[in-house]
Design a binder for this molecule. Structure first.
Ligand code: NDP
Length: 290
C-alpha cells in the first residue's frame, strides 16, 4: 500500500499533474527549485510544500524536470527511502534511465522511466499517456499512482524503453509540424483558403494532431501559446536522432527534421512555444500562415 507520494518539479506539466494526487493519497509532498511555486501549489491543492530531503522519503516519488541531466544531478544530492519507487516523467535519455535504474537498485529503490504525452491540457485533465520502461513488478506497484494522472499507462520494455518511445513520438510530431507548414504554405501560395483546406484534410487521410489541434489553435490563430517550449522539442528530436545513430540506421527525414527544429529553436525568440518553429519557414518563404 502506498502511504505517501511526492512530486518534484512543478513546471508547466508537473504543477498540473501533482494537483490530482491529493484526491487519491493522504500525504502528497511537492518540491520545486523555485520554492514559492511549491507553496502556491500547497495553498491551491492541499499538497505539502516540503524540503527535497523530505520528498525523497515518500513511498512513490514523481519527477518532471527538463532533462535527464537535471534528474541525475538532483538524485545524486539526496538519500531516497529504501523500498521507494521513483517515477521519472521527464522526457529523458534512455542511457540515463539505465544508469539510474542500476544505481538506485543498489539502494533498494526502483526507477521507472515514465515520460508522458498529452500536453498541458492532458496533465490538467489527468488524461496523459504514460510510456513506461523498467522492472515490471515496479511498474505494477506504481500503476495506481500513474493512473491518477493518466489514461493509458503502457509498459513498453526494459529501462530506457519509455524514454525511447517518447523521443520517437516527439520526432514524429516535429516531422509532422514541419511538413504541414510546407503543405499549407504551398496551398496559400496557390490561393487556397486555409480553413477550408483544414476542414477537408481533417476528414481525410492526411490528418494528424498537428492539423486537428496545433495548426488551428496555435498557428493559424497566431496565438502560439507557450505550453511546450521549443528548446524542449529540440532536445527530444536530439535524443531521437542519437537513438538512430546508436542503431547505425539511415534516417534522412528524421535527420533533417532534427536540424530544422534545432535551427528554429536557436533562431526563435526565447520562451517560444514549439509551434513557433513554423515561423522560421514563414521567414524563408515570406508567407504567413493565417
Ligand atoms: P518547464 O520548463 O515548464 O518546467 C521545468 C521544471 O523543472 C520547473 O519546475 C523547474 O523549476 C524545474 N527545473 C528546471 N531545471 C531544474 C534543475 N536544474 N533542478 C531542479 N529543478 C529544475 O517544463 P515542462 O513542465 O514543460 O517539461 C518538463 C518535462 O516534461 C520536459 O522533459 C518536457 O520535455 C516534458 N514534457 C512537456 C510537455 C509539455 O507540453 N510542456 C508534454 C510532455 C512532456 P523552476 O520553477 O525553479 O524553474
Amino acid at each position: 500500500m502506498t502511504q505517501s507520494v511526492a512530486f518534484i518539479g512543478l513546471g508547466a506539466m508537473g504543477y498540473r499533474m501533482a494537483a490530482h494526487l491529493p484526491k487519491y493519497f493522504d500525504t502528497v509532498y511537492v518540491w520545486n527549485r523555485n520554492f514559492s511555486k511549491a507553496e502556491q501549489h500547497a495553498t491551491e491543492f492541499g499538497t505539502i510544500a516540503s524540503e527535497l530531503e523530505q520528498a525523497a522519503q515518500a513511498d512513490v516519488i514523481f519527477s518532471c524536470l527538463p532533462t535527464s541531466q537535471d534528474v541525475e544531478n538532483l538524485i545524486s544530492s539526496i538519500k531516497i527511502k529504501s523500498g521507494a519507487i521513483w517515477i521519472d516523467c521527464t522526457s529523458g535519455v534512455p542511457d540515463a534511465a539505465r544508469r539510474l535504474a542500476e544505481q538506485l537498485k543498489a539502494q533498494n529503490v526502483a526507477f521507472l522511466d515514465a515520460p508522458v504525452s498529452g500536453q498541458t491540457i492532458g496533465a490538467e485533465n489527468a488524461t496523459l499517456t504514460f510510456m513506461v520502461g523498467g522492472d515490471i513488478d515496479a511498474f505494477e506497484r506504481a500503476y495506481p499512482a500513474m493512473s491518477a494522472l493518466g489514461k493509458l499507462i503502457q509498459h513498453v520494455g526494459e529501462s530506457g524503453a519509455g524514454f525511447a518511445v517518447k523521443a520517437i513520438n516527439n520526432m514524429l510530431l516535429a516531422v509532422n509540424l514541419w511538413s504541414v507548414a510546407e503543405g499549407f504554405t504551398t496551398l496559400k501560395a496557390h490561393g487556397v483558403n486555409l480553413d477550408a483546406a483544414l476542414n477537408c484534410i481533417n476528414a481525410s487521410s492526411g490528418k494528424s494532431l498537428v492539423t486537428e489541434n496545433i495548426f488551428p489553435q496555435r498557428v493559424l490563430s497566431r496565438e502560439f501559446p507557450v505550453t511546450f517550449a521549443l528548446p524542449l522539442l529540440a532536445k527530444d528530436t536530439g535524443i531521437a536522432l542519437d537513438l538512430v545513430h546508436d542503431a547505425k540506421l539511415p534516417a534522412p527525414i528524421l535527420s533533417l527534421a532534427q536540424s530544422l527544429i534545432q535551427a528554429a529553436s536557436l533562431s526563435a525568440e526565447s520562451n517560444s512555444d514549439f509551434s513557433a518553429a513554423v515561423k522560421m519557414y514563414e521567414s524563408w518563404t515570406k508567407i504567413t500562415l493565417k
